[in-house]
Design a protein around this ligand. Structure first.
Ligand SMILES: NC(=O)c1ccc[n+]([C@@H]2O[C@H](COP(=O)([O-])OP(=O)(O)OC[C@H]3O[C@@H](n4cnc5c(N)ncnc54)[C@H](OP(=O)(O)O)[C@@H]3O)[C@@H](O)[C@H]2O)c1
Length: 355
């Protein structure tokens, strides 16, 4: 099989296509032919070896694992002895977590892992993208922010993969959603259901006073200190990006009236992720959730996908297609065009504002 592999930390060009033997699933494992996989922020960190603490996880001097990629969707094409939850031919999607290995034509996962059946209504690309943003945003909003109907939830970085999922899921939880993004993504974010969109280049959302029950900084560009007064008493500041200060504030803010919360959703147990995958797949199948996709590229263009992630301004997810199959209303062209068309229209309207 073809895989996208790298041997040393560096820029996107260190990842190259190479051949590996097809993996054989062992006891309790399923092999999935990968039709879509995400290239995301954690792949970029693992590839570049930055920030420095990424190397504690991925290897101090050189990467320990050579094939990146966690979020995938595909078709089961072989099963090991004892497998009962899946059969050959099943559509499946999930996340390999620290096992990585999804930037390949095949990935092998434990059937007890974070993998579930994929409803027929959901495209492979959408399924992989769900695992990118929504599998993070859902636990943040539900378990970290305890979002309830009627809450005012501000999402910073609302056009990224986590933020775009958060906008839709906060609406689904009954919240009023205020989304912060750059001008080029305003239409995209509005189309996801945001009640109000704040252009981050023109308005500083942290200047608000006692306005939000939850501030979810999906891209970790703010701080609890700056956002604190924009929260109502009892409100929560959630951030995806770890720092010493947020870890400290998470402990100490329990004593105050406003909480700071950092979570590491990728490290949750597979048994916790599976019901979330089921729920998100069902939402997507019902047309109630749709992850935006910035670009879909064939496996050979993996370096280009890494460059898109590194640029830091993607709208939704970057998806690679190791084994192509799909056509139809959710195919590459139509989905990609949706994100780019809304952004291009916004850029045309406000050329000075494009970043
Ligand atoms: N803690 C966890 O468990 C966990 C899990 C998953 C991901 N993460 C982390 O979450 C972060 C977000 O991931 P992601 O995949 O959603 O990122 P992403 O898709 O790369 O985010 C891109 C978005 O960031 C926005 N952005 C760039 N600079 C900004 C700024 N200064 N202020 C506000 N928004 C800005 C851009 O919006 P505009 O161009 O529209 O401004 C762009 O749409 C990453 O750092 C990732 O490592 C953490």
């Amino acid at each position: 099989m073809r895989v996208a592999a790298y041997e040393q930390y560096g820029p996107p060009g260190v990842v190259a296509i190479t051949d590996r033997p097809d993996p054989i699933p062992r006891e309790g494992q399923v092999r999935v032919r990968v039709h879509a996989a995400v290239v995301g922020s954690s792949d970029s960190a693992a590839r570049s070896g930055t920030p420095w603490f990424a190397r504690l996880a991925f290897g101090l001097r050189a990467p320990k694992q050579h094939v990146l990629g966690s979020e995938f969707a595909g078709v089961v094409d072989a099963i090991g002895p004892g497998v009962t939850r899946f059969a050959v031919g099943d559509r499946a999607f999930g996340a390999t977590g620290i096992g990585l290995g999804a930037h390949a034509e095949h990935v092998v996962v434990a059937e007890s892992g974070a993998v579930v059946r994929l409803p027929d209504e959901v495209s492979m690309a959408d399924a992989a993208a769900i695992c990118d943003g929504a599998l993070t945003a859902l636990p943040f909003l539900r378990d970290g922010g305890h979002v309830r109907p009627g809450d005012r939830v501000l999402v910073n970085g609302a056009s990224g993969s986590v933020g775009a999922a958060a906008v839709q899921l906060a609406k689904h939880l009954g919240a009023e959603v205020i989304a912060v993004c750059g001008p080029a993504h305003a239409e995209l974010v509005r189309s996801l259901g945001a009640d109000r969109v704040i252009d981050r280049t023109r308005e500083d959302f942290t200047q608000a006073r006692s306005e939000y029950e939850v501030i979810f900084d999906a891209v970790g560009k703010s701080t609890f200190r700056r956002c604190r007064r924009a929260l109502v008493a009892g409100g929560s500041y959630l951030t995806t990006v770890p720092s010493w200060s947020i870890v400290f504030q998470q402990l100490t803010s329990k004593l105050g009236s406003r909480r700071a919360v950092i979570m590491f959703t990728g490290l949750r147990k597979d048994a916790e992720k599976r019901p979330d995958l089921e729920e998100l797949g069902a939402l997507a199948a019902a047309g109630a959730f749709r992850p935006p996709i910035e670009r879909m590229l064939p496996l050979e263009q993996i370096a280009a996908a890494h460059r898109i992630v590194d640029a830091g301004h993607k709208g939704g997810s970057a998806v690679i297609i190791p084994v192509p199959i799909e056509t139809g209303p959710t195919d590459a062209a139509s989905v990609t065009d949706t994100v780019r068309a809304t952004r291009d229209a916004a850029s045309d309207a406000t050329p000075e504002a494009a970043s």
